[in-house]
Design a protein around this ligand. Structure first.
Ligand code: CA
Ligand code: CA
Ligand code: CA
Ligand code: CA
Length: 449
């Protein structure tokens, strides 16, 4: 079955027919297209759920347009689309950076409720902000409420020039068990050696100062280029997290990449619980990293590590790890891109249970895949279960040459009403001036159990 909705092809693999099961579940229904304002503004290079900032029960969608080298006077913008029953193409709130070229919107996250007023809060990174010295970086925090304004309620700065504080962000979970949501900020060139560092904030203790700083080891590793809250991997009641350093080199092999996994707890140790390293030169393990919920159906949260330049011909690889009391370096399942230079694993998203079988499912983006059109991009969906195979169960592809479908992907829960989530995929068309402003496609999707 092929649905053609506004030029994008939604292909549902009819494995289900073999079992004579209805295909009603698992449908992605195209809901609409959002567009950026300018060429080169990089609209859609970063997208995220904003959580529920106005307290109406619907989560919000955040889309960043951090700008590019070609737009030196553009500070960057973030567009907020409030959840609601109808698709609307216009943003409800627009946040702007304050300093030309600061890359406001280079990272975005929901924070959960960090000031304990009952409304979700959000953070925006601007890694080239120079308030505290050249390209020290800044994170802008906005508290939610029924009357949301565009003035940041709190700003946090990096420690050193050129450390790129705010290049990565994640939040919205309680890591130390004090009942308040915590958050993590990466600075990929921070620390004494410029190896990168990660700042962990526990707002239940102090909202303005990090409780813990984790440091990389070698210059150029880009420790903290990715930070991710992963869910409770060992089921001890504390949410766990990970740090990616895609430029990590080891034994003379450059840029193999690395991921460190840390346990949450009343006291959070600086020593990683598990370290995963890439194998091939320039394969970038840990460029992406995401918690994916409970995919295998046990009581442990699972996670996925991306290796976008992995595989024999840079098809890209995504490694699925099941949580448990013990973690092993060997993944439970390894998904590979279909064509050379697909860069599968560039993006990963938790999608909850989209086919109603009680197991959470996974989405992985390959923005340089050419299934639909030359480097139009593709997103693969893998249905969860106790014994997963390596074949994608459903996919979407970009609608035109160089669209880069899947550059960034996210799920916004209850965006279209209770239990009706938005699966959101960007097609920013970067590195391609004739593409025009970036685009973002929204699909409505029912959440199963
Ligand atoms: Ca809302
Ligand atoms: Ca709040
Ligand atoms: Ca845990
Ligand atoms: Ca499922």
């Amino acid at each position: 079955m092929i649905n053609r909705n506004k030029g994008i092809y939604v292909v549902i693999i009819l494995i289900s027919l073999l079992f004579n099961v209805s295909v009603a579940w698992g449908d992605l229904n195209f809901a609409g297209e959002l567009r950026g304002e300018y060429n080169q503004d990089r609209y859609g290079t970063v997208i995220s759920s904003g959580g529920d900032i106005n307290g109406d029960g619907y989560e919000e969608l955040l889309i960043g347009a951090p700008g590019s080298f070609e737009m030196p006077d553009f500070a960057g913008k973030v567009f907020i689309y409030l959840g609601g029953k109808k698709f609307r193409a216009k943003p409800d709130i627009v946040l702007s950076g304050k300093e030309p070229g600061e890359s406001f919107g280079c990272a975005l996250t929901s924070l959960g409720d960090i000031n304990n007023d009952g409304y979700g809060d959000i953070a925006v990174g601007a890694h080239k902000n120079s308030d505290g010295g050249p390209e020290t970086g800044m994170v802008y925090i906005y508290f939610g409420g029924t009357a949301f304004d565009t003035i940041p309620d709190l700003t946090l700065e990096g420690d050193r020039p050129y450390e790129w504080f705010g290049i990565s962000l994640d939040g919205g979970a309680d890591l130390n068990g004090d009942g308040t949501s915590d958050f993590i900020i990466g600075a990929s060139y921070g620390g004494d050696q410029g190896a990168g560092c990660v700042y962990l904030y526990l707002p239940g203790i102090d909202i303005t100062k990090p409780a813990l700083i984790l440091n990389g080891e070698s210059a150029g590793d880009c420790y903290g280029n990715k930070v991710a809250i992963l869910g409770d991997i060992n089921n001890d009641g504390f949410t766990d997290f990970g740090v990616g350093l895609f430029h990590y080199s080891h034994d003379g092999i450059n840029n193999i990449g690395r991921v460190d996994i840390f346990k949450g707890g009343n006291i959070i140790s600086k020593d990683p619980w598990l370290t995963l390293k890439g194998k091939q030169k320039d394969e970038w393990l840990g460029f992406s990293l995401s918690g994916v919920g409970n995919v295998s159906g046990d009581e442990y949260a699972d996670f996925v590590v991306g290796i976008p330049h992995g595989g024999k011909n840079e098809e890209g690889v995504a490694l699925f790890y099941q949580g448990g009391q013990v973690l092993r370096e060997t993944p439970n399942v390894s998904f590979t891109g279909t064509l050379q230079k697909d860069l599968m694993g560039y993006s990963i998203a938790r999608v909850w249970d989209i086919n109603g079988d009680g197991f959470e499912d996974i989405a992985v983006g390959s923005p340089f895949n050419s299934t639909g059109s030359f480097k139009a991009g593709r997103v693969n969906f893998y249905y969860g279960g106790p014994a997963m195979d390596t074949q994608s169960d459903m996919h979407i592809v970009g609608d035109r040459k160089n669209a880069r479908c899947g550059y960034s992907i996210t799920t916004v829960r209850s965006f279209f009403g209770k239990g009706i989530n938005a699966f959101v995929v960007s097609l920013p068309g970067i590195n391609n001036s004739e593409e025009g402003p970036g685009r973002v496609f929204l699909y409505s999707i029912m959440e199963g159990k």
